[in-house]
Write a protein that binds this ligand. Structure first.
Ligand code: SF4
Length: 377
């Protein structure tokens, strides 16, 4: 049966200031007029795509960026209203907005909640002032605590904290402190990614001088992360994501499960009806002609879909189910890949649970190498 559920991603490319490690498409300090014009362009693009989504029910919406909460409250609410007006939403839609702790207060959060947003993803990154300063983050630890207090007052029950490890000047002890502080705030979800030094960023230019933790320290941080998450009752449902049962990010699961989504705004990607397309960069061009920003990327062949289903599915602790796989590809996952998986199963790096195959915690640490072997031509 055809899956007629859909996810929407809206890219809001504005931030208060640019972080030293960031290679996302985001611009610091744009005026209110530019941001408002961008929201109007987004509304036009949303409207245009609504026709092709007419037979779909939207069950996840994600405002990402950038910093969506850099928009004025009125623009955020207008955007939500526009989505409601033009798309059919599931009654249990998961509607997330990323937020920078320096950009939310009770009033804005209340308006967002009333407009339909029911999940907040807060970029905490670290509980240590010096690390946040080195990262070039605009917020400080007290901003996180104030934001969480405001989330509670407004009644958000589903919210996530983002953390980073492997950041300059960080030690295993200071990361343990960040983890303890995050857990004490009791979010429903925690993401923890290791810092990547991306080309074109200030960190890349200074990479030789950065006081980055060595490999052993970073491995110790990863071990601490897994221990503390498990002890606090957060299950690792994806390599870098942890949740209380039932609070996994449904929108991100949509990406990992290769399900349809439409992206709006500059650089946003879409995967819809086996077609991939994206919007070009260029803020002024997009504001002038949002419908002219789109570029076709590729048609997903069955071989590409299978490759990506395996690659993304094994990132998840739930792994890949033989029957679900067979519904799409005509043969079970284990039937096709069992022989290649055998050494990893024997080594305790992969596991079979009924008809499901997944990587173990040790296997997840080696996922790139394992996937390369499994997916080799
Ligand atoms: S807040 Fe996020 S998107 Fe904005 S500059 Fe920092 S890392 Fe990049």
């Amino acid at each position: 049966m055809k899956d007629t559920s859909l996810g929407l991603y809206l890219h809001i490319p504005f931030c208060l200031q640019k972080c030293n490690y960031c290679d996302f498409c985001s611009f610091p300090a744009q005026g209110e007029e530019t941001k408002h014009a961008y929201v109007q362009a987004l509304c036009r693009e949303l409207e245009e795509s609504a026709i092709k989504a007419a037979d779909y029910t939207v069950d996840t919406v994600f405002f990402g960026g950038g910093t969506p909460t850099c928009l004025s409250t009125a623009d955020l609410v207008a955007l939500c209203d526009h989505i409601r007006r033009h798309y059919r939403l599931a009654c249990d839609v998961e509607w997330t907005s990323e937020a920078n702790p320096a950009t939310v207060d009770e009033g804005k959060l209340r308006a967002m909640r009333e407009a339909g947003i029911n999940r907040i993803s807060l970029g905490m990154q670290s509980a240590n002032e010096n690390e946040l300063a080195l990262l070039g983050r605009v917020h400080r630890p007290p901003d996180v605590y104030a934001s969480v207090e405001a989330l509670h007052k407004v009644g958000f029950q589903n919210w996530s904290l983002d953390l980073m490890f492997g950041i300059p000047a960080q030690t295993a002890e200071s990361f343990a402190h960040s983890l303890d502080e995050a857990i004490a705030l009791a979010p429903t979800h925690i993401s923890a990614y290791s810092l990547q030094i991306e080309e074109g960023t200030p960190f890349y230019r200074e990479r030789d001088a950065l006081p980055l933790p060595d490999e052993d320290t970073e491995a110790a941080m990863a071990a601490l992360l897994y221990q503390k998450m498990a002890k606090a009752g957060y299950h690792r449902y994806e390599i870098s994501n942890f949740a209380r049962p039932g609070f996994e990010s449904r929108h991100n699961l949509r990406y990992w499960r290769m399900r349809d989504y439409l992206g709006f705004g500059i650089t946003a990607h879409s995967c819809f009806a086996h077609e991939r397309f994206y919007n070009r960069e260029g803020l002024a061009d997009y504001i002038r002609d949002p419908l002219g920003a789109r570029e076709r990327e590729e048609t997903l062949t069955p071989a590409t879909r299978e490759y990506e289903t395996v690659m993304l599915g094994l990132r998840l602790s739930a792994g890949i189910d033989d029957d679900t796989f067979a519904t799409t590809f005509g043969y079970g996952f284990f039937e096709k890949y069992g022989a290649r998986l055998a050494p990893f199963l024997a080594a305790g790096l992969a596991r079979r649970e009924g008809k499901k195959t997944c990587l173990t915690a040790d296997g997840m640490a080696l996922s790139n190498a394992i996937l390369a072997e499994i997916l080799e031509d």
